[in-house]
Ligand binder design. Structure first.
Ligand SMILES: Nc1ncnc2c1ncn2[C@@H]1O[C@H](COP(=O)(O)OP(=O)(O)OP(=O)(O)O)[C@@H](O)[C@H]1O
Length: 356
């Protein structure tokens, strides 16, 4: 493991910004720290960088405990949200900054800066000042500057936050490819789940100073470990009593102990019985709202007093507000302690086995 946090605790006054934080990151991985505002992501990043000291616990980088090592001696590159370039320095001098501090030879500096300028696609722009570059270009320069001293670990704090949406998408892909090529272990902070899912090899989800889950984007999406993760990742509706729906009835009529989580992808909304394979397993619902989402149509429905959301494709027939529709709930998640359970629609499953 390249980076390891062991039982890290950090308080600001009485406020617990990190509570028993444990995780490890393999060498060469690009990991996203994802969580709502104030959940402690930046505090974790700053402790790894040495800009903040944990109250207890160990921070290990490359097998050594670095708690007492100064930030500049940890072999870390840092990219901040706001470009933080030196305004009075050219692109060349900005990238060369760390190398000059390291007292590298002129020849070495020129070679390295040229290499990095090419990597970020800005060859020919060496003499420009930050205000002569676009936001995306400036952020790439910040990235090159952080990489110049050959860090073993790269930390990025909301690196795309200040950049407009279209450029941000391009920059994400670029960052992913570039970091993959360089193989430098990297941790980035974001509160944007789309960004984390698109860019990261692995995601660590933070909530109230604690780690809720760590896994690949797909693992986190398919098997959220806690109700918090289930609600935070993707869209979902929390249902107090899912046993009121067809196919989910409890055997003894008792209400479930745990709440259910329903994602739009678990719901099929059909205009009539012919659109659905197992109409017997479906509930009737009323269309409450319809939103065109570009590549699909979001339909808000009400089923037995419960508002739910599902999607329809552009190829399917249009629905109208107030229309009665068939709603097939394929599955529901529940959580028992730290265990996620997936409950399938029983009627649908039985009917499908008859067809087979
Ligand atoms: N130096 C500090 N002094 C006091 N409180 C702090 C300090 N730094 C952070 N905090 C508090 O610790 C909590 C966690 O902050 P942190 O910046 O780690 O969260 P975050 O998840 O990165 O949030 P955001 O997405 O808004 O940046 C917040 O409530 C914040 O106000």
């Amino acid at each position: 493991m390249y980076v390891e946090l062991k039982q890290i605790n950090k308080k600001f006054g009485d406020f617990k910004a990190s509570q028993d934080v444990n995780f490890s990151i393999e060498q060469g991985k690009l990991v996203g720290l994802l969580g709502p505002s104030g959940s402690g992501k930046t505090t974790i990043l700053r402790m790894i960088a040495g800009l903040e000291k944990p109250d207890s616990g160990d921070i290990m980088i490359g097998g050594s405990r670095v708690n007492d090592i100064a930030p500049g001696k940890r072999g870390i590159g840092f990219v901040f949200q706001s470009y933080a370039l030196f305004r009075h320095m050219t692109l060349f001098d900005n990238i060369a900054f760390g190398l000059t501090l390291q007292k590298k030879s002129k020849k070495e500096i020129i070679q390295k800066v040229n290499e990095l300028t090419e990597l970020i696609g800005l060859t020919g722009f060496e003499g420009r000042y930050p205000n002569q570059l676009s936001g995306g270009q400036r952020q790439r320069v910040a990235f090159a500057r952080a990489l110049a001293p050959n860090p073993k670990l790269l930390l990025l704090d909301e690196p795309f936050a200040a950049i407009d949406a279209k450029v941000r998408k391009e920059l994400r892909q670029w960052l992913r490819t570039t970091i993959g090529k360089l193989g430098v272990t990297s941790i980035f902070v974001t509160h944007d789940q789309e960004e984390a899912v698109e860019v990261a090899d692995e995601i660590i989800i933070t909530n109230r100073g604690q780690i809720e889950q760590k896994g690949t984007p797909l693992q986190i999406y398919k098997k959220p470990a806690t109700p918090f993760v289930a609600q935070f990742i993707g869209e979902s509706t929390i249902i107090e009593d899912y046993t009121k729906f067809k196919g989910f009835e409890s055997n003894d009529g008792a209400k479930p102990k745990e709440k259910g989580v329903l994602r739009p992808e678990f719901i099929e909304i059909a205009k009539d019985e012919t659109e659905i394979l197992t109409p017997l397993a479906a509930e009737k619902g009323i269309v409450r709202a319809i939103y065109f989402r570009g590549n699909n149509i979001q339909v808000d429905i009400e089923v037995k007093g419960q508002p739910l959301t599902g999607y329809r494709t552009l190829e399917q027939e249009d629905l109208t507000i107030g229309m009665e529709v068939f709603v097939l709930i394929h599955r529901v998640y529940t959580f028992e302690g730290s265990h996620t359970e997936v409950i399938e629609n029983r009627i649908k499953t039985e009917q499908n086995s008859v067809y087979i």
